[in-house]
Write a protein that binds this ligand. Structure first.
Ligand code: B1M
Length: 217
């Protein structure tokens, strides 16, 4: 059993190399990708979040911790990569909405979606409605996913939803996620669904795909 408390502490202190090595060691020791992700990485980041909230940590420390988290995620990514039944999957366009620079959760969603066989186009952070629309024209997604971590940026999701509505969505399903969002908020802004976490997001994308491909009644 890996010392997840130590791994969490290393992540907290931003020791990227140590976190990367511990991630490798945990996998080599037979731990599942899911366990290492949840117990080793996400648990450590939650403590960072709490201390950030209470002004124990400030932006530079959080950025360094985020870099350590990404180092661990880089090891896990190939193991979450495409495999399985690619016939049942679709195309996902995803980005963090305008004004918002948070991308760790979005990146995790991308990895899990790729793991489920989705073709993923990630347009990055701080993306305007125009960028979402232009990327959709080019990539032709089945699902467009939006991420927001700030209460001040989540309202921009409605701008994106409205942008797609005004243009006629042509069957594209719109999904949202990120800590301040909820199913109630998705309903309020007219999005097609909300995913609470990365695996919930993948379940959502799959169910939206099923709805999209269902024969019209
Ligand atoms: Co920011 N930050 N931050 N931050 N930051 C939060 C979000 C905050 C809650 C911290 C706090 O006060 N406790 C707070 C928001 C408060 C609020 O709005 N209610 C906050 C703030 C205030 C800010 C700044 C304004 C701080 C400042 O400058 N004064 C600033 C804003 C910058 C900006 O975006 N314009 C800022 C900056 C930053 C950093 C740059 C330092 C860094 C981001 C680095 C990066 O992402 N590259 C950062 C970080 C790291 C955080 C915390 C600590 C961690 C976020 C994270 O990565 N979590 C965060 C506190 C927290 O969340 N506890 C915080 C781990 C990740 C795996 O979870 O992102 O929730 P999460 O993603 C989950 C789900 O939400 C979901 O699945 C993911 C995986 O399970 N999900 C989706 C996400 N997207 C989805 C999309 C989907 C479906 C599910 O479908 C499409």
């Amino acid at each position: 059993m890996p010392d997840y408390a130590l791994m969490n502490q290393c992540l907290y202190e931003g020791k990227a190399r140590e976190v990367e090595q511990m991630t490798r060691d945990a996998l080599a020791g037979g731990c599942s990708v899911r366990e290492v992700l949840l117990e080793g990485l996400i648990a450590g980041m939650s403590v960072v979040g709490e201390d950030f909230k209470h002004n124990v940590l400030y932006v530079p420390e959080v950025l360094i911790a985020a870099r350590a988290m990404k180092a661990g995620m880089t090891v896990l990514k190939p193991l979450l990569g495409p495999g399985g039944d690619t016939n049942s999957t679709g195309r996902l366009l995803i980005g963090t909405v305008r004004g918002d620079l948070h991308d760790i959760g979005k990146n995790l969603v991308c990895m899990m979606a790729e793991g489920a066989g989705f073709q993923v186009k990630d347009i990055g952070v701080d993306q305007s409605v125009e960028k979402f629309l232009a990327a959709a024209d080019e990539f032709k997604p089945d699902v467009v996913g939006m991420s927001a971590l700030l209460t001040t940026t989540m309202s921009y999701m409605k701008v994106v939803v409205d942008g797609f509505e005004q243009r006629g969505k042509t069957g594209i399903k719109l999904a949202i996620g990120g800590a301040p969002t909820s199913q109630a908020f998705a309903d309020e802004i007219g999005a097609d669904g909300y995913g609470a976490d990365a695996s919930g997001a993948v379940d959502l994308f799959l169910s939206l795909l099923e709805k999209k491909n269902a024969p019209a009644q």
